[in-house]
Design a protein around this ligand. Sequence first.
Ligand code: ADP
Length: 275
Amino acid sequence: MSLSHSDSYSDRYRVLPGAALDLDAYDADDRGPYTRKKEAVADLQALREQLRALQERFYAWDKRSLLIVLQAMDTGGKDGVIEHVMHGVNPQGVQVTPFKVPTPEELAHDFLWRVHKAAPARRMIGIFNRSHYEDVLVVRVRNLVPPDVWGQRYEQINQFERLLADTGTVILKFYLHITKDEQAQRLQARLDSPDKRWKFAMGDLAERKLWDDYMAAYTAALSQCSTAHAPWFVVPANRKWYRNVVIANILVETLTQLDPQFPQPEAGLDDVVIV
Ligand code: ADP
């Protein structure tokens, strides 16, 4: 995508509600305005400081919650975003929830049961490492439920997110967009590095074979569930440093617009002297 640098990051990467989506038109190698990684790394440092200060106010304000949804193909960088973008934010105000293969108890309920329980309370930033979108991604690709069941879920998800938004949750959903070639390199790097090998799962290769089916499922999810109250963003993620800068910018833009305020202190404090 080539868009003017005067756009906000939120505008540049947001999936427009109701628009046809072509993931191939999004350049996973996009490096935005940067010619050198070094400049982006310096900007990320400054953005983290802004994020830290905004989150301090957001927490004290105690009026809204923020839900960040992270979805990607394996090696897409969900863990990296949590580590590098949220680095420096007070952990007391952040809650990370990974969503794995559902347990028998979870499967005995509706698909949003486990998700609703993990929705962030007021003043909290909740991060979903995978999410209810798995129920229209892996579930669709792997035929884990019949099409008429997963087919209804887009609307059910929109209604669920509408409920969260109406009751005070700001929702931002990030799809970390990497290419199949980039995934091959990252999987190989996992195999080759003793520190990363633990992350390699043979099952990842089986999912990789279904790449095109996953892209079709992502396209459907992003185009049907990007709404004004819960937008999807397609984040160029082949370059980890640009991915981090994009997400940090969107968080800073969103929190700045919310303009959280410290609560009014009690009256008469000016005259208080601590003895
Ligand atoms: P990650 O890849 O997120 O670091 P894991 O390697 O433990 O973590 O993978 C979690 C697995 O759980 C993924 O393969 C994902 O597709 C699967 N999963 C998550 N939610 C569901 C779901 N609702 N139904 C089936 N599988 C799911």
